[in-house]
Each structure stands twice: as structure tokens, then as C-alpha cells.
Write a protein that binds this ligand. Structure first.
Ligand code: HEM
Length: 512
């Protein structure tokens, strides 16, 4: 009897505390769902339905540019907020939500990953030694790996076309993205493109791990306990995490033992990440430790596979949905082809010189960003004024790219329309405004390290498959795909028919 009474008492006190802090809070006038005033439980409950981005847009339509998501958690849909929170010279560190993407303390100090590091100075120190490997000038050394996977991908599409098979295109593009990143990182493909199987459950394990982190990040103090608890279970997110990391470690061991040394390929310019990482380690083993090798190799796989797969899906999905744009892109490709400007395996340089292709990629990533939850940051000491409101230090604030990419004062009335032309015909000022607020790769000092690599993959593969194949949504299927948003907003079961170009499928106009 004593224990239930005690529990009741504690819950009562906790409840009363929640109500009092909500009433006293200087931010109490900021609107939002009623329960979000008292608890982060409301946010947790909505996020684990994996569709929060849609709800967040609605919340901003209902409540305005600043919306409460929790007692000390706020979302912004106002152009000016981006500069204040993520802009140059600001010191808004990443929120504790990100800590669930790493091992809990004290292990995380030894085994850091820069994505989850919150302290800005520490993050800058961790990021600096890797930057050259992800720069534009390094891209040439990764290009042959993309070509090798694009060869296989087009081979698979040809087989599907001849077999008249309907395919889950989202899954196959994910297979491409995983194999590319595996190959350019370690010199070996996982083998996803061979049969389309989720080899050893890698994709499922990563998805489980990210779902766990996204949900538990809302209650980061639970992470150490849940992590410990779940390592005792045979299955669950940590075992997926362990599997993903042991896979990387195995590749590093193979490399060390000399079993895996394809540092060059094609014309000899190719060089894997592992080769670059080991070279750096040999030059300065004290500063660039073996942990640096592991950190970069594993973050490539976790951060660079699903994200690129989703972006590729978004590009192709929108091109199929809007045949007008597919035709326009084809015209650009065919013109370049006629002028002898395109190789059999189009190069990054060739694809960079195609303005409509560039516009298609940007527009697809605007309408469907691979990441679609807020990039959360913490208001620094002294507090900050955002959108005319003062927020005390410690408040969690964030902008969701999915919401940002639908603000009419930036993009115009047709925000929901896929219109690549907006990137080609807008006036200079308008274009600058759009570019500043286009944030699928993040914003500020924490932007994506792998942006150039993903552009390399997207430009080369999309150009090639649009040149060589026709695509159509599966007969009778909806033209509006379903996605699941667990930080990565991933298409689910998106069925497509493929034909070798000009040999089968007729394009039908879109009916929205
Ligand atoms: C279309 C593809 C991609 C998208 C949309 C994307 C998106 C993002 C976003 C939004 C962030 C920052 C999130 C935040 O502020 O919380 C990020 C960070 C990061 N991404 Fe990507 N990414 C992509 C591809 C890649 C690739 C291919 C790699 C590696 C090869 C990569 C490696 C990283 C790393 C290491 C970080 C952490 C950077 C840091 O904290 O300094 N990403 N990415």
C-alpha cells in the first residue's frame, strides 16, 4: 500500500510542478498544442507516428511562425530565424536530442561521432581533419566507384525492363546508395545491387537504430539506461548499432591485413576513403588516431546511405509525377548528347554543366528533404531574441527543412508545386533568398560534410537513367507516395514500372 501511495504522491508533485512551471514561464504566451505546455510527452507521441513533418506544417499554419512543441522546445517558420539560430558567428550548440545518436556517457567521450557532439569548439576540432576528403577537389577520386555502381544499377533496370517486373524503386535506389558509399569508403560493395536483398539486415538495423535515437532523444536521460537494458536483449536498436559498427571494423581490419587494398581503380585516379584515412594516420598517428579512421568510415555509412537514397527517390518520383519536367530534362540531356558533350558514363563535370538537371535536383530536395525533423539547437548563455521574442538560455529551438521549404514568403504561392523553373527564372534577389533558405543539407557550421559526394551520386545516376530508361508508376497505384519520417523521411513501397527508353511505357499527364 505504501509504494502505490508513494508513486501517486510523486506523480502528483511532478504534475503540479509541470503546471506551475508552465504558468510561470516567460514563454507561456507562445502558442502550441495544449499538452505541449506541460510535457515533452506530447512531442514524443506525435514524432513516433513518423509523420510529424506534415503535422508541423499544419501547426505553423494554425499558430503562426513560432510554435511550442514542448515546455522548453520551439519550432520556427520565419525566414529570419535561420540566420539567428544557425548563422555565422552564433553559438547555438546542438540539443541533447542528438546525444541518443551516440553511445551514452562515459563511452561517448572515447567513441565520439561528430554528428552528435554538441560543444561547438570540440566539434570544430573533430571535423577539421576530415574536410579535405569531402571537398570538391576530392570528388574525382570517388567518381569511378559511382560509375561502377551506376553500371550495375542500369544493368538491373535493363533486366527488370525485359522481365516486365514492377519494382520498389525506393528500395533499389537505397541499394545503389548503400553500395556506392560502401565501395568508396572501403573498396568493397556490400552487394545490395546484386539481388536487392537487405544483406545481413544492415538496412533494417540502421533504420531501427535511427528510430530508437529519434524517439529516445526526446528523453535523453533515459538513453544510458535503455541502452544498457537493450544490449542484454538478443535484438533491438543497440544490436543493430553494434552490427553496423562491427561491419566497419571488419573492413578496417581487412584493410590493415592487406586483404582489401584497392586504392586505385579505373584510370588510377580513384582512391577510397580508407586509403586516404590510413595515409593521414601514418603521417600523424598521434593527432589522427585509429579512432579517426573508424569515426569517418562509420559515419559515411550511417549518414551517407539512406540520405542519398531518399534524395535520389525524390528526384525520380517528382520527374515521373510531373512528365512536363521529365520531358524538359530529356531535352536538355538529348541536346548535350547531340553536341557530343556527354560520355557513356556521364562525368560529374558534364552533369554540372546542365542547368535544368541542377534545378530538378534542388527542387526535389526542397519539396522532399531526406531529413525532415527540426535541426535542434540550444539558446546560448545570455539568451537570444528570435523573431522578436526573447528566449532564455537553455531553450531548445529548431527549424525543420520540410517546414522551411514551404514558407510562402520565400518560395511563392506555389510552394507545394514541383517547379524546377523557379531556380532558373527567378530574379536575382529572389534566387538569393531561395538559396539562403534551401537547407536539405543543414545550415551553419553543422552542415552536411558529405554534400558534394551526394551531389556526385545524384547528378551522375539521374542523368544516366533518365537518358536510358522510361518510368511509370505501377498501374493503379497512387501518384502520392507514402513516407515514414524517423529523421530520415523514407519512401515506403513506391512501385514503378521500367522500360528501356522508347520501348514500352507511355508517359501520362499528372492528375493531382
Ligand atoms: C542527399 C544526401 C544527404 C543529405 C540530405 C544529408 C543531410 C545532412 C544533414 C541535414 C546534416 C546536418 C543535420 C543537423 O544539423 O542536425 C548532415 C550532417 C552530416 N552528413 Fe549528411 N546528408 C547527405 C549525404 C551525406 C553523405 C553522402 C555523407 C558522407 C559520405 C554525409 C555525412 C554527414 C556527416 C559526417 C554529417 C555531420 C556533420 C557535422 O556534424 O559536422 N552526408 N547531413
Amino acid at each position: 500500500m505504501l509504494i502505490p501511495l508513494l508513486l501517486l504522491g510523486i506523480s502528483g508533485l511532478w504534475f503540479a510542478w509541470g503546471i506551475l512551471t508552465a504558468l510561470w514561464s516567460p514563454l507561456r504566451t507562445i502558442p502550441g498544442p495544449f499538452l505541449s505546455r506541460f510535457t515533452n510527452g506530447w512531442y514524443f507521441w506525435r514524432v513516433v507516428r513518423w509523420q510529424f513533418q506534415v503535422e508541423q506544417v499544419e501547426l505553423h499554419r494554425k499558430y503562426g511562425p513560432v510554435v511550442r512543441l514542448g515546455p522548453k522546445r520551439f519550432s520556427f517558420a520565419e525566414p529570419e530565424a535561420l540566420k539567428t539560430i544557425y548563422g555565422h558567428g552564433t553559438d547555438f550548440s546542438k540539443s541533447e536530442w542528438y546525444s541518443a545518436f551516440n553511445l551514452p556517457r562515459p563511452y561517448s567521450i572515447e567513441r565520439w561521432n561528430m554528428f552528435a557532439t554538441s560543444d561547438s569548439k570540440l566539434h570544430a576540432k573533430q571535423r577539421r581533419p576530415f574536410m579535405s576528403m569531402y571537398s570538391m577537389s576530392s570528388l574525382l577520386s570517388y567518381e569511378p566507384y559511382v560509375d561502377e555502381c551506376a553500371d550495375l544499377f542500369t544493368q538491373r533496370l535493363t533486366e527488370f525492363a525485359h522481365g516486365g517486373k514492377v519494382i520498389d524503386m525506393g528500395h533499389w535506389l537505397q541499394c545503389f546508395a548503400f553500395d556506392v558509399i560502401g565501395l568508396m569508403t572501403s573498396g568493397a560493395r556490400y552487394g545490395f545491387l546484386d539481388r536487392g536483398d537487405d544483406i545481413r539486415g544492415i538496412m533494417g538495423a540502421l533504420e531501427g537504430m535511427i528510430k530508437y535515437s529519434t524517439a529516445i532523444g526526446i528523453y535523453p536521460r533515459l538513453h544510458p539506461y535503455l541502452y544498457k537494458l537493450q544490449t542484454l536483449l538478443p535484438k533491438g536498436p543497440p544490436s543493430g548499432m553494434n552490427y553496423a559498427t562491427s561491419f566497419v571494423e571488419a573492413k578496417i581490419d581487412e584493410y590493415k591485413s592487406g586483404k582489401n587494398t584497392p586504392t586505385t581503380q579505373g584510370d588510377g585516379a580513384a582512391q577510397t576513403f580508407l586509403a586516404k584515412l590510413f595515409n593521414k594516420h601514418r603521417e600523424n598517428p598521434k593527432e589522427f588516431t585509429s579512432y579517426h579512421i573508424f569515426a569517418a568510415a562509420s559515419s559515411n555509412i550511417v549518414a551517407g546511405s539512406d540520405t542519398s537514397g531518399i534524395a535520389l527517390s525524390s528526384i525520380l518520383y517528382h520527374l515521373i509525377k510531373y512528365p512536363r519536367c521529365m520531358i524538359a530534362l530529356r531535352e536538355e540531356i538529348d541536346n548535350s548528347q547531340r553536341q557530343g558533350l556527354l560520355s557513356v558514363r556521364p562525368t560529374f563535370k558534364e552533369s554540372s554543366d546542365m542547368p535544368y538537371l541542377q534545378a530538378v535536383i534542388k527542387e526535389a530536395m526542397r519539396l522532399h528533404s531526406s531529413v525532415a525533423l527540426p535541426y535542434e539547437r540550444v539558446v546560448p548563455d545570455g539568451g537570444a531574441t528570435i523573431c522578436g521574442r526573447f528566449f532564455p538560455a537553455g531553450t531548445v529551438v529548431g527549424v525543420n527543412p520540410y517546414v522551411q521549404h514551404r514558407i510562402k514568403s520565400i518560395w511563392g504561392e506555389d510552394v507545394e508545386e514541383f517547379r524546377p523553373e523557379r531556380w532558373l527564372t527567378s530574379k536575382k534577389d529572389q534566387l538569393a533568398l531561395m538559396n539562403r533558405h534551401w537547407i536539405p543539407f543543414g545550415s551553419g557550421s553543422r552542415t552536411c560534410l558529405g554534400k558534394n559526394i551526394s551531389l556526385l551520386e545524384m547528378q551522375k545516376l539521374i542523368l544516366r537513367i533518365v537518358r536510358e530508361f522510361d518510368f511509370k508508376f505501377k498501374e493503379g497505384s497512387s501518384q502520392n507516395w507514402k513516407t515514414e519520417n524517423f529523421w530520415f523521411d523514407k519512401p515506403k513501397g513506391w512501385q514503378v514500372e521500367v522500360a528501356v527508353r522508347g520501348k514500352g511505357i507511355t508517359e501520362e499527364p499528372v492528375t493531382d
